[in-house]
Design a protein around this ligand. Sequence first.
Ligand code: BES
Ligand code: MN
Ligand code: ZN
Length: 494
Amino acid sequence: MQYSVTPDSIAEISADCLVVPVWKDGGLGEEAGALDESASGALRRIAASGDYLWDIGDTHLLHGPKGCDAGRVLLAGAGAPGEFGAREAAKFLAGAARFVLARNMPQVHFALADLEANGPDAQWLAARLAQETEVAAYRYETTRASTKRDAVLEGVSAPALADGLEQALRKGQAIGRGMNRARELGNLPGNICTPEYLASHARELADAFDALSAEVLDEAQMRELEMGSLLSVAAGSVEEARLIVLHYSGAGDDSKPAVLVGKGITFDTGGISLKPGLAMDEMKFDMCGAASVLGTVAAVAELQLPINLIGMVAAAENMPGGKATKPGDIVTSMSGKTIEILNTDAEGRLVLCDALTYAERFDPACVIDIATLTGAAVAAFGNHANVVLGNDQELMDRLLQCGLDCLDRAWQLPLWDEYQKQLDSNFADMANIGGKLAGTITAACFLSRYTEKFSWAHLDIAGSAWHSEGARKGATGRPVPLLTEFLLSLAEKD
Ligand code: BES
Ligand code: MN
Ligand code: ZN
């Protein structure tokens, strides 16, 4: 898709469609008003007809309006002007993008000026326009016949409202594409998307960008490093584990890297502590943390951000089997700490802890791990929030703020010392589960024992990473927007 900014006035734009907001009860903004004048009042007649409330989602498509160069005008409800914030703008843009993608309109112009007058600034709107358009254009087709073929949308333009709009469009497009990369990897079934598949994907990504290189550790190399915890998760599977490390260098060698670590369980059966059958297919999404790392690294590389970044993926398949780890088994992690594995279904923390220890060698500015870690996070927050915990309040505050800015929101839980004792074991330095209570917190407590040497935040995305129901079932691409927004904020700070 091509995105551009045009200085032309709206009546002179020869797109296949102009998307023009109409406010609740039929009010037109300045730009829509100008278009209406050229069209001898045709817009106002429809807007004020009373046929529509002009809530967000209400639309009327006008063909061949007189006095303008465009083939169509889409009048799109924007709701009440006083209530038009970032979330409303995102909903408006997503709805309009879906509308034009479903029809034969290769060139579309979005009249953003009237939105800007009431809501978020022009750069935010432009970025969001590109992001929502990319996200709306994605369809999972890899293992199925393409269903309804969407028309091709070739180009989207926006008015030249302010400086930096071209860059904003590029930013939004990179985030949208990063989300779609994460969605595709998440949606792929476990028999295709294996640990080695993720590794090949990372290698291909590295080949596509000069600033990116990939390093992949196999099981023999991990055994050499004594990653007994990570390896114990893969023990029951015929698929070999992989530790994937992507190096992005966009800044000088003296600039410490941010490190992202993704949980990449390509299928989580629970292992010997086998999960119940209901909805177990959804455990193919248990690598969505890894997918978000790959999507974010791709977005950063595309945007050529002036930062250093390491993207790590701890990839394994959690299966029962003759060689599988059993409840009560004790393993030694790379750090030397021993772990009593009381439940083989608490495997995410077991792969992450060794990856986190490995991250120490990069002398990180900060480390963020991203994991579909606990069902308790879904129970507490449903599908809406990323859950954040960590050992550095400044880092977490920044993530919380970035989440608000890009609408990929996070909510913090406490990582108080009192919770740590739930991990006590009589036979090892710690157990891998903390009992019935506060499951999301005790999982983070476990990780906190591997992150003492750096500034660290943990994102539990078990609720936000995918939708379970009906036509919406599939990976969401979250938290690629949050992570990219965060890295963009680092790029601006330095
Ligand atoms: N991948 C799951 C977490 C999960 C479950 C995410 C359901 C989304 C939906 C994780 O590996 C897991 O099984 N966690 C256990 C931990 C428990 C055994 C302490 C859980 O949350 O039940
Ligand atoms: Mn599990
Ligand atoms: Zn899992």
